[in-house]
Write a protein that binds this ligand. Sequence first.
Ligand code: NDP
Length: 487
Amino acid sequence: MSVQTEIQTYLNYINGEWQSSSNEVEASINPANKNEIVGYISKSAKEDLDYAVTSAKHAQIAWRKLSGPARGDYLYKVANALEARLEEVAETMTREMGKTFQEAKGETARGVAILRYYAGEGMRKVGDVIPSTDSEAFMFTSRAPLGVVGVITPWNFPVAIPIWKIAPALVYGNTVVLKPASETAVTAAKVIECFHEAGLPAGVINMVMGSGSIIGQGIIDHPDINGITFTGSDGVGKRVGLGAFARGAKYQLEMGGKNPVIVAEDADLDLAVEATISGGLRSTGQKCTATSRVIIQSSVYDVFKEKLLAKVKEIKVGQGLHSDTWMGPCASESQLNTVLGYIEKGKAEGAVLLYGGSKCEAIGLENGFYVQPTVFENVNSNMTIAQEEIFGPVLALMKVDTMEEALEVANDVEFGLSASIFTTNIQKMLSFINEMEAGLVRINAESAGVELQAPFGGMKKSSSLSREQGSAAIEFFTNIKTVFVKG
Ligand code: NDP
């Protein structure tokens, strides 16, 4: 590809320098306008990854010897650098993956908060004192870093997800090689620029762009990568888990969801409608915690449906940088085609299309990957759109008579990431908390809400059953060392 000179080229970040072994680049385009190139990114080779891993391995020797507070101080500096560039990073995110500028700013601010949270972790306790049966001995636990951690991330949260993996990895004494999603590598490069500005020692954080099949697979196979943390699709997640297990590396997988909201007959319906729309359609439905199944008790079904449709019809689809846009495009052409394919499948399998269902063809949107917000009804658990993750703005309405039936339907999927219920009845809340097979259960709140200080992860096929974020992160990024001391 010939490079247009006015558009910046982004290189890998290895051993404290921006570099790449190859002159070949790939264009990252704006999904709101496929004719706009956001930046060029390096097409990396296996040698780039090898150099990054060698640098990380070497840097880890000194990094792990720093005190926790000293490592935390670096993260505070990264947070300040990112905060100073918040609007620029958010605008790049909007141009590169399509979410609205407001959402992109919120995500970047969250990245800043995550960095500060883990900077503080550098000063918190890492072990326990355990009474020994020997009264003259002193026994306690400490934590050892894994070593070099490989971080493989998706395009849907191109700032928050890399940061919620990198920050705890670093503060607990690991060094990192990041392979960002190709779709959002420019945004990732801007995040890494903030680590560079903060002056982290060379080799502590490295980023290698490039394809999943070469650089991603290279991370899975690399003998000097001691742990891999991955977020993305189920299929790639399985490869990561199997490959890491085969060579004895620690791994952590966060994959998809098929998240339900239950609307009970005693729910505040206006609240439930707002939360269903926000949880299901914001970010164009491209959140792993997005609501995709709406399970409604029959006695309030019609009222809920009419209120929902009235609000969905008001949604303004457009360029994420326009201030009146509520929903941007799908992140890529292939994602748009996937969503349209699921919509066709829904129709073919007998679901009734109530609203949307097509590509947006309005003037101004013709060069983007826009799909209408879409609502189906008469959906049952045998249908593909009730089972597979669509990752698009598609809501499937499912009518049930009782709460028992609602819970049965809610659990009748292979995924178990997030779920919510709208009810004013304490007994229903308690049954939901106890019976729902999901890592995140939310009462009278949308399914797509994650707080950075709380553990996050799924049950069933949604994850490898470990947890990220909050105080849970230490479990993946360190190994416990039990220490027995006798004078
Ligand atoms: P992928 O799982 O394909 O990509 C996630 C990351 O893995 C990217 O960095 C990707 O690189 C990398 N990767 C791809 N192939 C390999 C491989 N063989 N070995 C190692 N790493 C690899 O997800 P997509 O981004 O393509 O999205 C596909 C589907 O995944 C979505 O439709 C959605 O259903 C789901 N998804 C779920 C997310 C979640 O948060 N739960 C987030 C994103 C997607 P590259 O970008 O270069 O291909």
